[in-house]
Write a protein that binds this ligand. Structure first.
Ligand SMILES: Cc1cc2nc3c(=O)[nH]c(=O)nc-3n(C[C@H](O)[C@H](O)[C@H](O)COP(=O)(O)O)c2cc1C
Length: 180
């Protein structure tokens, strides 16, 4: 068995390692070993427009109460609107929605121009063809370094068609292998 290469010099677990001591490339590579699904978080802006972005920071937090988590870069121009929205929706993407993932992660400002959505709780756009939709009350936020952590209280959950998921691993989209 090969021994793991430490990301940082060994330090007691309770001692925060200074950011400068961490090799950013190695940190990203290590984080990229954790395979995730991909989702689009949507909401309605303070001026009433549909907003949304691609994320892979989604995860479950609690079943009872039903809580989920995702985090938003503080650099996002949508930051103030996403904090202010009463609700957001997490649209879980299927493998056949890679183009949507790229659209909502890209520079095109017109992300909803050719996309028919229906309004979920608080008006948050629900994207058709997804694997599942989590409609969440948006009132729990925590600082998380250069990201803001959103904990959503799930008010409605809907399962879509059973299709393969869109997967992200090592900085790339992946497909599910056959059952192990
Ligand atoms: C697979 C993937 C996962 C991403 N995950 C996140 C995330 O969890 N949080 C985040 O803030 N940005 C994430 N991004 C980057 C945003 O989608 C991208 O920066 C987008 O342009 C942000 O939209 P905005 O400019 O409207 O804020 C991800 C991008 C990709 C391709």
């Amino acid at each position: 068995m090969t021994s793991p290469t430490p990301v940082t010099d060994a330090a007691p677990a309770h001692v925060a390692t200074p950011l400068a001591a961490i090799d950013q490339r190695q940190l990203r590579n290590a984080l990229g070993t954790f395979a995730t699904g991909i989702a689009i978080v949507t909401a309605i802006s303070q001026s009433g427009e549909k907003i949304g972005l691609t994320i892979n920071s989604f995860n479950s937090v609690s079943l009872d109460p039903a809580l989920i988590v995702w985090s938003l870069s503080l650099n996002s121009p949508r930051h103030a609107d996403l904090v202010a929205a009463s609700h957001f929706a997490v649209n879980i993407l299927a493998a056949d929605q890679m183009d949507l993932s790229n659209l909502f992660a890209g520079r095109d400002a017109e992300r909803f121009a050719n996309l028919e959505t229906c309004a979920g709780l608080g008006g948050a756009p629900l994207i058709p063809g997804c694997l599942a939709w989590f409609e969440c009350a948006n009132d729990i936020h925590h600082e998380g370094g250069d990201h803001l952590i959103f904990i959503g209280r799930v008010e409605r959950v809907t399962l879509g068609e059973a299709k393969p998921p869109l997967i992200f691993h090592g900085g790339r989209y992946r497909e599910l292998a056959a059952d192990a």
